[in-house]
Write a protein of this length. Sequence first.
Length: 124
Amino acid sequence: MLFRVLADLIAVTHVAFIAYVVVGGFVAWRWPRTIGAHLLAASWGFGTILIGFDCPLTYAENWARARAGVAGLPEAGFIDHYLTGVIYPDSALGLVRAVAATAVLVSWLGYLHLHHRSFTSDTA
């Protein structure tokens, strides 16, 4: 029972991480010190998709599921199991990825616009 709850908590953490990857740059508009964390999160998130990095949250969830005696995530991973075909149709995967990447790009451009003084010298 304990490991099943742990697996569920890891899954919730995974959803929160994915949400942060998509909208964390907008959070940095209000709290600029969070931009470093978002750069790392977005790099890792896109790295898992584009390069194929192993996700430690997927590993942790599979570990907890195995200890709970339930099946692990399929080889395709967390996103394919919980989101693709559940939250959005399989056919929209490319669109969803494009929207997520666009949201990150817009948030970073907005961050740079809002906080440009941090990057320029006042003694020019």
